[in-house]
Design a protein around this ligand. Sequence first.
Ligand code: GLN
Length: 281
Amino acid sequence: MKKVLLLVAALSLVLIFGACNDTAEVHVPAADSGISDDAGTTNANVTPDANVEGEIVYQIFSDNAFPPFHMLNPNTGEFYGFDVDLIEAIAADQGFRIERNHVGFAAALGALEAGIADGMIAGMSITEERRERFDFSEGYFVAGQILVVPRGSSISGFADLAGQTVAVKIGTVGSIFGEAMAEEYGFNLIFFEDSPTMYASVMLGSAAAAIEDRPVIEFEIYRSDLALQTVGETLNPRYYGFAVRRGEFPELIEMFNTGLANLRANGYYYEILARYGLALN
Ligand code: GLN
């Protein structure tokens, strides 16, 4: 009888903690932070978290709408995309455990700075200014920003935007560049939390243009047939990198770099580039 009771107790523990998360086997329960992971559950694990087997589970924070790097499959509630496949493949290759938290770009940046996130992968451009706060992996993709206007618009560059409103996304290099251009060309900025609402502001006319990473907006114009077009030259091309807080988790950066090199050598890196229609760069 005692044995049966113990078994029931053990099973219900597995059920309770097992249901919290689908990326780790059995989880130490944590206080509620209100931050959702991709399974829609909450987790607020202390950095770095360990499950009951004592394994470290790195909390990786990401954007939640940055196609084709981060996209939500509405049918499954799962996130997918180039960054998702890359970090999952690197973790598998290097044998470390991760939990993905798709919270949006500015929220992920904040979580990383606050020590809630251990690592961040979010189509994040490596810049000198960010290197003061974060350590980056090797670059894994190159992208710059571009001006986005309504399809058929006569706007062909920043010089046509004087007195108008330009949409940017909070925390991005596009927003920093936008601030400099706003001074120079005399336009106003409007800040958005995420890419889809920024695109909507241009389509609905509350902004005359937006600044977005070129491969992202071009993928989305094509995928969703948005009534938008890109104009002018690509601005500030930079590598995307995986980031940790400066001086923390050097092993994570090292494993990312080794894993990335392995995936390039075995061809998987090129397979996922092709999967999402991304050009080799
Ligand atoms: N690459 C841009 C940046 O790092 C935008 C990233 C994003 O919106 N996810 O600021």
